[in-house]
Write a protein that binds this ligand. Sequence first.
Ligand SMILES: [Zn+2]
Length: 123
Amino acid sequence: MKSKKIRNDLILIISLLVTFATILVVLYISRTSANLIANIYVQNHIVKRVSLDGEDQEFKIQGTNGELTIAVLNKKIGVKESNCPHKDCVKMGYIGETNRPIICAYNQVCIEIEGALVNDIEI
Ligand SMILES: [Zn+2]
């Protein structure tokens, strides 16, 4: 009777461990496969799509009134330099989430992140 209880406890512990490990694996996969893409629009047209999962980079975008220097840094994207008067787009910093776009009204530039999120994963 006692050994049966120990065996049951073992089974419980092992199944807990397996569950825990599964959760960790799923979290890991969903993180790595999030594959964030930033769409950069000028006057509502996509001029560039850039993956945030790649290497850090910098490039220039021609806005309606001048040039913006966009930078990808640590899986985030932001405006590094801009010729706009108030620099609101630069002040917005770097975004790595899907819910908050960066807008430069002066140059009619919008940077928006799209993501293929956790829904795509089949367990
Ligand atoms: Zn701006």
